[in-house]
Write a protein that binds this ligand. Sequence first.
Ligand code: HEC
Ligand code: HEC
Length: 462
Amino acid sequence: MLPQRFLPKILLIGSVLLALIFFAAPTVSRRSTATDATPEERGHYNLTHKSYGLPLLNRRLLEMLPKVWEPEWKARIKADDPDSVRKVAFERYGFSEATWDNQGAPLQFVATANGGPNAGWTQTCMLCHGGRVPISGESKIGMPNTEIDMQTLYEDVTKLTGLKGPFQLTFGMSRGRTNAFIFSLELLRRRNEDLSARKEPLPMGDYSDYDLDAPPWWYLKKKTAIYADGGVKGDYSRAIMQFTMGEPNGEKIRGWESDFKDILAYLKSIEPPKYPLAIDQKLAGQGQQVFNKTCAGCHGTYGAEGKYPNKIVPLEVVGTDPLRLTKLTKEFRDYYKQTWFGRSGEHGYEYPTGYVAPPLVGVWASAPYFHNGSVPTLYGVLSAEARPKYFRRVGGAKEYDVKDGGLKIEALNAPAAKDLSGEARRRVVDTTLPGLGNQGHPFGFKLSEKEKRQVIEYLKTL
Ligand code: HEC
Ligand code: HEC
């Protein structure tokens, strides 16, 4: 177990930065306020222009971060290329280029108005939910950020600014994943039911860190219950606001509800990326038949007549890593239900017993697989022996394993060496770590090699 270090210092670092940098409130463009804008358009605008929290970075700070890098990273900056810090920093932290005019800030942040080197960059949902699509390498909102290393980002900012947080938490143990639900838990236990700040955090039972892989937002069109365990149903526009708890003022957070109703409308409008390479249609057609026999009972059928059953499969049946279910404690679930988040519409937080079988649209692009991203390829989903115990991703977003469908990786026979830097260690996915187990989901194991290849080809068409 890694030591529990580095609590979300979102608040702390944010408030100090506020004092250090010039922070201007975002201007609201005519487009977002125009009466003819649709909820989806307003939602997209909110996500890409408004800041729901305090800034973490700015351009000047980004340019200073190399001071705390390891020598091999510093060596990659070229003195004659002023853009090289930005390029190398993007690679180190897992940032990508914004898809709108974000005044130099990456896709994962929103720049406050007026630009300039001191304009604050506030982290957004796209820290985890925005990244580069495989093969094309294009940035996309809703594409899980498979490159993020939030732990390194926060450690570096902490080292540079000399700040220590009031409570301890790991942000992520492996690149491309985050400890997201434990942040929610840590943030919520410091709030009263109306989201005002508490002096003493509430006890939340026995919880521990574990990594999660953000699901793609393009699944939301079909889902009636969200999260790996289907724990939130109905109108979940408040549930998706949990990461705004970096903002100190509870009343302000509650005031953002209508913004988030629009954001949810936008999230539900996001389409999956199409597989851009040639597909063997005959093979895919055969794969569809195998899929409909073996997989559709849980994952649904696709095409014009497609039906998605929104099925929650008991943990004993699916058998994937249990921590996401067992470590989101009863204390947290009970408290959540009483808070402002749990009191919206009909929805409440139940006591889930398994994991949702996700809709598989655009699944070719959502590697690594399962709620913890423990399996790098579709072939691995179908074959236990093709699931490496330790692996490292090879190349960037454009690299894709066309044959097995998923991340290009190098399988390793040992975990990362202890003397490597934390950044280098987190590039190695160690499926023996708590929460990162790659077991379970045996449903494709008995298919023949030929059938597996057919199913993979079919999945690329979805
Ligand atoms: C630190 C990373 C991180 C940030 C920031 C983040 N999320 Fe997530 N999000 C996740 C992870 C991980 C999950 C999966 C949690 C689970 O199912 O256990 C998730 C799940 C979701 C889901 C449910 C998806 C599904 O198919 O079940 C929605 C919707 C969502 N997030 C919206 C948002 C919005 C909106 C924001 C910004 C206000 C946001 N998230 C910020 C990591 C993040
Ligand atoms: C008994 C129900 C069930 C059957 C049958 C089933 N699955 Fe799944 N599948 C699940 C569940 C539940 C998950 C989520 C597991 C998790 O995240 O821990 C899942 C996850 C997946 C994922 C990962 C999706 C992602 O975005 O990470 C893929 C791919 C997948 N299944 C493909 C298949 C294929 C192909 C078949 C048929 C050979 C199949 N499944 C049969 C229940 C099922």
